[in-house]
Design a protein around this ligand. Structure first.
Ligand SMILES: Cc1ncc(COP(=O)(O)O)c(C=O)c1O
Length: 398
């Protein structure tokens, strides 16, 4: 039997690809610090499970295809609290932000059409675009510029007759970059003048540091008809396993198309929607200690990385990732070596090579993504181990 070229061409997750090596290391008794994956260790708020437990369900029936209305209302209230004008009818509940992103790309593009995306970008965007034959066209950003967006002529130079929109994560994964208001405005202006969609992936919205906030595309009132806002409970409330996200838009055609996609997969899980409503009803102060904790961890990690000889890592403004340039040729080889040939005091670290977060061939080969989703002491220990590893690595560049 032959499988389709579309499915064969899908990339395996570069983040999960090294898992067998980590499992082998653990079998040998080595402790592995997982800096490679964005799984927050912060406890999921208890209100989630409490809400589920208090539910007296006799029949676990199908929910509405656009999602449980009380959850959609709570998300609308959450948006209004942060100044975004979205009503319940503008919101549809999805299986995580992932499904919302897939739908947004499908709604924006026909096969062969293009979406512009700042690279490095969340590598799963590829997996969302590929089944629909949507082309991702990179807007290259650089570590030495703090991954800032290029100027308007550079971005406009990438637009062709096939371009249908942008997809951007702000704050970003994998570099933790937070776009300035001016950068957000630049994209909004281009989208308005060139008739493009903006798929605004803001799943890390609350995780901004140094007293800053991320400007939402949902606050750009002149482009609301072209903004498709993506959100999720996964990172925001440490509830990745709930698989609850949302697609939000003021554009009625977009919402009608999204509803048809929702109807085709019937609905998302009922109990998780009940728990997620309780999350969106939390007092906004919930985020204060969590933001402080992540900021503390970021500082520990980045200070340690910046002290390592040959390592380039700008302090990222948001999310819980940083992209670091290492004094090595090939980050994937180094990440494998860390798991197969190295340990220090019975421990090692697992990193995510960043090459596959770039679309331009050859870029990011010496870069890794590190996530600060471990306790502060563990991050300190992991950084000590990484330093020793870089000193001992046979492939280190002098
Ligand atoms: C930038 C970004 N967008 C979307 C997602 C998808 O999250 P989920 O499907 O769990 O909501 C992730 C997950 O890591 C992410 O980093």
């Amino acid at each position: 039997m032959i499988i389709s070229s579309r499915s064969a061409a899908m990339q395996a997750s570069p983040i999960r690809k090294l898992v067998p090596y980590a499992n082998e290391a653990k079998k040998r008794g080595t402790k592995v610090y997982h800096l490679n994956i964005g799984q927050p260790d912060i406890e999921t708020p208890k209100v989630f499970l409490e809400a589920v437990k208090q539910t007296d369900v006799k029949v676990l029936a199908y929910a509405d295809s656009n999602g449980w209305e009380p959850l959609r209302e709570s998300i609308s209230n959450y948006y209004k609290r942060i100044g975004l004008p979205y009503e319940t009818e503008d919101i549809i509940i999805t299986n995580g932000g992932s499904e919302a992103l897939q739908w947004a790309m499908l709604i924006a593009c026909d096969p062969g059409e293009e979406i512009l995306v700042p690279e490095p970008f969340y590598t799963n965007y590829r997996g969302f675009a590929a089944p629909y034959l949507v082309e991702l066209k990179p807007i290259t950003t650089y570590p030495q510029d703090g991954f800032a967006l290029p100027d308007r002529p550079t971005i406009e130079g990438l637009i062709t007759e096939k371009t249908r929109g942008f997809v951007l994560s702000n704050p970003g994964n994998p570099a933790g970059a937070v776009y300035s208001r001016e950068e957000v405005r630049r994209i909004a202006d281009i989208a308005r003048d060139r008739n493009l969609f903006i798929i605004a992936d803001e799943v890390y919205r609350e995780f901004c540091y140094d007293g800053k906030t991320a400007t939402s595309f949902g606050s750009m009132t002149d482009v609301l008809d072209r903004v498709i806002l993506i959100d999720s409970v996964s990172k925001r409330f440490s509830a990745c396993g709930a698989r609850i996200g949302s697609l939000t838009s003021k554009n009625k055609k977009v919402m009608a198309a999204a509803l048809k996609l929702g109807q085709a997969r019937l609905c998302v899980p009922t109990l998780e929607m009940i728990g997620s409503k309780a999350l969106f009803d939390l007092d906004p102060d919930y985020f204060l200690p969590i933001r402080q904790e992540y900021e503390k961890r970021r500082n520990i990690m980045i200070d340690a990385l910046q002290k390592m000889e040959g390592v380039l890592c700008e302090k990222p403004g948001g999310a819980f990732y940083a992209t670091a340039k290492l004094p090595i040729d090939n980050a994937e080889d180094f990440a494998i070596w860390l798991l197969t040939d190295f340990e220090y005091q019975g421990k090692t670290v697992m990193l995510a090579p960043v090459e596959n977060f770039y679309q331009t061939p050859g870029m990011g080969r010496d870069e890794v993504r590190v996530a600060y989703v471990l306790k502060a002491e563990d991050i300190e220990d992991a950084m000590r181990i990484l330093k020793v590893a870089l000193d001992r690595y046979p492939g280190r560049k002098s």
